[in-house]
Design a protein around this ligand. Structure first.
Ligand SMILES: NC(=O)c1ccc[n+]([C@@H]2O[C@H](COP(=O)([O-])OP(=O)(O)OC[C@H]3O[C@@H](n4cnc5c(N)ncnc54)[C@H](OP(=O)(O)O)[C@@H]3O)[C@@H](O)[C@H]2O)c1
Length: 290
């Protein structure tokens, strides 16, 4: 409890840098207790100290250690939150890598697919029982770059790319992972609504934002807006009353985009959402039922 009333809980993956850090800042300003997930304790501690030094009085945050490139780490992170028996109001699946060279994770998956997609899928499925069935919101950081993959996902090709770098194109793989973020969001929204759950699931394109993501990828992709502006859409979807009860959307500049502009046909396909769900459950040995 703070002078600003009871706090709700928000978890942000990749909360120690870039858009994630700014999302944590926005959520602290909106009076959330923030669970900042980062790959190491020191990264989380540094980010929390920086955030709290300028956040409103009474703001609170804690660290969660999460490496999406290790499914064991994801399970440990989920278990430690589950053990605390608390209810999560907002879950922002934000962490990501872009267009890195081919690398196979310890779990045997191409790294962009595991970090951007499968790790978040596993985390979200594990945390779902703790998400507030009434006001809960899941937010998936996708990207306009999903246009780099305008076709249905070829899961046979993907399986081959888990094994070797033959056919691997780092930008195509990034686009595919960002398409999968939307398909996951849509299919989760559909399944939650089918069950009558009052939890929303929406995807976000944050815009081109000047973060480490751009520097790490190299190449000439433009400079992007200052990172201080980069979390506006994520924070809007996490907190705005305009989004209440609205699920299965894709938001750009704090507005829902249902067709045209940034959207590709495949990102709207229910069949593709179902195919994605089935494939992720198979890869992670999860039941398809929520
Ligand atoms: N920047 C843009 O223009 C842009 C545009 C469209 C979409 N996006 C999306 O926005 C999201 C955030 O990107 P950003 O621009 O803020 O990038 P960023 O500054 O590079 O931050 C990425 C965050 O993800 C974390 N991360 C990376 N690998 C991880 C792993 N294996 N396990 C857990 N966390 C990991 C990073 O942790 P470390 O600090 O430890 O590396 C960092 O906290 C991404 O999903 C990205 O695809 C960004």
């Amino acid at each position: 409890m703070s002078g600003r009333g009871p706090k709700r809980l928000a978890l942000v993956t990749g909360g120690n840098a870039g858009i994630g850090l700014e999302t944590c800042r926005g959520l602290l300003e909106a009076n959330f207790h923030v669970i900042l997930a980062a790959r190491s304790q020191s990264k989380a501690d540094t980010a929390i100290a920086e955030l709290l030094s300028s956040a409103p009085a009474g703001s609170t945050a804690e660290a969660l250690i999460l490496d999406l490139a290790s499914l064991d780490s994801v399970r440990r992170a989920a278990d430690s939150f589950l053990e605390s028996e608390r209810t999560l109001s907002v879950c922002v699946l934000n962490a990501g890598i872009m267009a890195l060279p081919w690398h196979r994770t310890e779990d045997g998956f191409e790294q962009q697919w595991q970090v951007n997609v499968l790790g978040h899928f596993l985390l979200c499925r594990a945390l779902l029982p703790t998400i507030n069935d009434g006001t809960g919101r899941v937010i998936h950081l996708s990207s306009r770059a999903h246009y780099r993959h305008p076709e249905p996902i070829d899961y046979t090709r993907l399986s081959q790319e888990h094994l070797s770098d033959q056919n691997y194109d780092r930008w195509f793989a990034y686009g595919r992972s960002k398409l999968a973020n939307i398909l996951f969001s849509n299919e989760l929204a559909r399944r939650l609504s089918e069950q009558g759950a009052q939890i929303t699931s929406n995807a976000v394109h944050p815009g081109l934002v000047a973060t480490n993501l751009l520097t790490n990828a190299g190449g000439n992709i433009g400079r992007g807006v200052p990172v201080s502006e980069g979390a506006r859409t994520s924070v809007f979807v996490a907190t705005s009353s305009e989004v209440e009860g609205h699920s299965g959307g894709y938001y750009v500049r704090s507005a829902r985009v249902d067709a045209g502009g940034d959207r590709t046909e495949v990102s709207l396909s229910e069949d593709e959402g179902r195919r994605f769900w089935r494939s992720a459950c198979e890869d992670l040995n999860l039941s398809e039922e929520l």
